[in-house]
Design a protein around this ligand. Structure first.
Ligand code: ADP
Length: 167
């Protein structure tokens, strides 16, 4: 099971996987950080498609085609904004990973890449977030062997070092 999990340093929009996960906001209509990069690389059809989805609550996830991306699908999930840690942030972040993986499983996705959800503009501490991310992915893979590969994509050195230490 451990060898199904990889860490990759770089830009998630470059990966040829079945699905990349987007750290979106509740509108699903684009934003800063990885969200902006994914919308730019996917092209305007992603925005057009997502307008029909009618948004997404925090902790849930929605699937779209990848359009111009090398990835076949985009799974958009909405991470919690960090508010000190007593506003259910941990559980909401865990839900992002669980719900994204559930949608991947339901759509027969075998390879999936995650960015570090909520640890950018949403300020969730990356050490704490990465423990939640790894735990949820391991728990899911234990129960759902059909997913073949999960890649944690780290955009910056600090995030990469944190994930390397925990894995
Ligand atoms: P959030 O609003 O959920 O905090 P951000 O996009 O601001 O989302 O940040 C989440 C993480 O995604 C950060 O670690 C940021 O460095 C990273 N990131 C930004 N651009 C990319 C990209 N193109 N590929 C992968 N990760 C990225």
């Amino acid at each position: 099971m451990g060898n199904k999990i990889e860490i990759h340093k770089g830009d998630i929009t470059k990966l040829s996987v079945d699905a990349i996960v987007n750290a979106a906001n509740t509108s699903l209509l684009g934003g800063a950080g990885v969200d902006g990069a994914i919308h730019r690389a996917a092209g305007p059809k992603l925005l057009e498609y997502n307008k029909k989805l009618g948004g997404c609550p925090t902790g849930e996830a929605r699937i779209s085609p990848g359009f111009n991306l090398p990835a076949k699908h985009v799974i958009s999930t909405v991470g919690p904004v960090w508010n000190g840690g007593n506003r259910n942030e941990d559980e909401l972040l865990a839900n992002c990973y669980r719900n994204s993986l559930r949608i991947a499983f339901e759509n027969n996705i075998k390879t999936i890449a995650f960015p570090s959800i909520s640890t950018g503009v949403y300020r969730f501490p990356v050490e704490r977030a990465s423990k939640i991310a790894v735990k949820e992915v391991k728990d899911f893979l234990d129960k759902n062997p059909s997913i073949e590969k999960v890649i944690f994509v780290c955009f910056d050195d600090k995030t990469y070092d944190v994930y390397k230490n925990i894995l």
